[in-house]
Design a protein around this ligand. Sequence first.
Ligand code: KG4
Ligand code: ZN
Length: 363
Amino acid sequence: MIQTQVTERKTLRVLGVETSCDETGVAVVDADRGLLAHALHSQVDLHADYGGVVPELASRDHVRRLLPLVRQVLDEAGLGLADLDAVAYTAGPGLIGALLVGAGTARALAYGLGVPAVGVHHMEGHLLAPALEAEHPDPPYVALLVSGGHTMLVEVRGLGAYRVLGETLDDAAGEAFDKTAKLLGLPYPGGPALAALAQAGRPGAFRFARPMTDRPGLDFSFSGLKTQVLLAWRRQDPDDGQARADIARGFEDAVVETLATKCVRALDATGLKDLVVAGGVGANARLRALLAAQLATRGARAWFPRPEFCTDNGAMIALAGLLRIQAGERAGLGIEVRPRWPLSELTPPCPAAGQDAAASAAG
Ligand code: KG4
Ligand code: ZN
């Protein structure tokens, strides 16, 4: 007698946990239905008095927020813990204490549920975030990753296949926004505050250098710009609100035009037509408008995840984890995080050595 095996088609649901810095992000993605629910708690108010992230405060707040957020997201998705098939968490790069909160919680949840866990590279999350949107480009594409800690242009050829085309030699673009905002007396985090102030600024009233655009190459340097701003601001009357807004506008234009120039170069160098913008600075409206306009004239296209998926979030970690788990990757049972983890060390997924241990734990 011929045995016919009827296998019921089962989807894959992954919980994603992001705790690498000052945002607690949680989400559930479903292989068939996409993003089911996501929630975020930002610690901005907690760190505002200190002008930057205080690592120990960040870790403690993640401890307080993470499990309530997991419950909230599961409720919104109409799921229980038992409906989860895997747990993904940010394993690095980031603040070690903050990473350990997410990794420890995620691993414990996975172990308790008997499902696999996978550690995700935070930047890979950002690089893949466009796929959270219904309309998105498939690799290969060029990604501009512009956050508080990173500024890089990356050729994305597939999951885990990334080539860094250029990166910043000093400050990240978001860091330059934050530091420049601080010296103009704006609150932390400075990027959105500076962009808002620049709205009232007159274009061209102050013109700052477009660093490293006058020579070939795809690297960036932003630390000199804040010095230019400082010198210009010192020459103004501190009560002159218009001058402050004009300087903010001059700075924003310099950063945005520099980023756009390098993006166009990266597309030329790779022959690719799709540019994905990821990371917190990707929320900048002027950067979005300029890139969209410049690329449209070249038959290329700029893709932006919606702002909540540009900044840190759990959805991008859930998605990256889902893709890696589908490809067979598992983390071992150890709670391992990598505060420093170069993107260039990532490889396409392969069933890891830890898979047997994870599978037997799941077993
Ligand atoms: O990706 P992200 O949320 O966190 C990491 O750094 O990983 O990026 C945060 C950065 C901060 O430097 C913030 O000032 C900047 O993104 N940012 C912006 C804007 N919104 C956030 N910079 C310029 N314009 C914005 N609208
Ligand atoms: Zn980030």
